[in-house]
Design a protein around this ligand. Structure first.
Ligand code: UDP
Length: 256
């Protein structure tokens, strides 16, 4: 057995070299972080749930012709993905006011926005991922104007599809964050959805109770993070009601 080469380790995921050229393995950790990693906890089983939820969402998106980096799930915590060049931007789509939008603009949380709003943040931990405009993005060369158009079109299509998907199971998609990558195939390059979509990167509210079912449970110390993630998975029909979010690998049984 040889040790796999670790390419990158982030706050919630590790990227390993894949089994063949052009592929990578994405590993979901149990770590929960917020406020630029100032708050950190290990939530046993979160990685397993996010791997499953992300697999389900990316497969559904692939199924309706939205290109993603996802190839297939490998095991409880890992998925095989296509290698892409990550665009250093976080693309946020908002349907209802929450989080930083409320703080920045003084809008009351829960206000339905007149239309969906797309924002770009420059991925840079040292700077705390600042909000940037298209002018900054093109001036500093983080993405070209056609790439910005592609990312916005992708974000809108994903928002339309996911809003419907979640609404169907009694969940409101308040906002979410995506990351995009450049996929090079032969002479062609295209922008695809990369990274993850999970309750870590979305705001999800129960339609009836308005209860938060996402990472705000951790950010705001509400408790019940894992139970809520499991409920999201259950409603999407990807996890059995009684199926535990198994955390480790197989348990060794002693024979003495
Ligand atoms: N988000 C994310 N990663 C980040 C920042 C934001 O996944 O580094 C998600 C967040 O979960 C929410 C949306 O993007 O669904 C909008 O987040 P917001 O700008 O309100 O920032 P926050 O309140 O998370 O600081």
């Amino acid at each position: 057995m040889s040790r796999r080469r670790r390419i990158y380790e982030g706050k919630a995921k590790i990227i390993y070299e894949g089994p063949e050229p052009g592929t990578l393995v994405q590993f979901f950790k149990d770590d929960a972080t917020a406020f630029n990693a100032q708050k950190h906890e290990v939530v046993d089983g979160k990685g397993v749930l996010n791997n499953r939820i992300c697999e389900y969402i990316f497969q559904r998106l692939n199924g309706i012709g939205i290109p993603t980096h996802f190839i297939r799930r490998l095991n409880m915590r890992e998925q095989l993905i296509k290698e892409v060049e990550i665009v250093p931007l976080e693309v946020v789509v908002r349907n209802i006011a929450a989080g930083s939008l409320c703080k920045r603009l003084g809008v009351e949380e829960g206000t339905v926005l007149p239309r969906s709003i797309i924002e770009f943040y420059y991925k840079n931990d040292e700077l705390g991922d600042p909000l940037v405009s298209e002018e900054h993005i093109t001036a500093f060369g983080w993405a070209t104007p056609p790439e910005i158009d592609d990312m916005m079109a992708l974000a809108i299509r994903i928002n339309d599809f996911l809003s419907g998907l979640f609404m169907g199971v009694g969940i409101q998609l308040v906002d979410f964050k995506i990351e995009c990558g450049r996929l090079y195939e032969n002479e062609m390059m295209r922008i695809v959805l990369a990274d993850e979509i999970s309750p870590d990167s979305c705001r999800l509210w129960d339609v009836k109770t308005k209860e938060k079912m996402d990472k705000d449970r951790f950010r705001e110390d509400l408790g019940g993070m894992l139970e809520n993630y499991r409920e999201v998975a259950k409603r999407l029909g990807i996890m059995n009601e009684n199926e535990p979010a198994r955390t480790g690998g197989p348990v060794l049984v002693k024979s003495d």
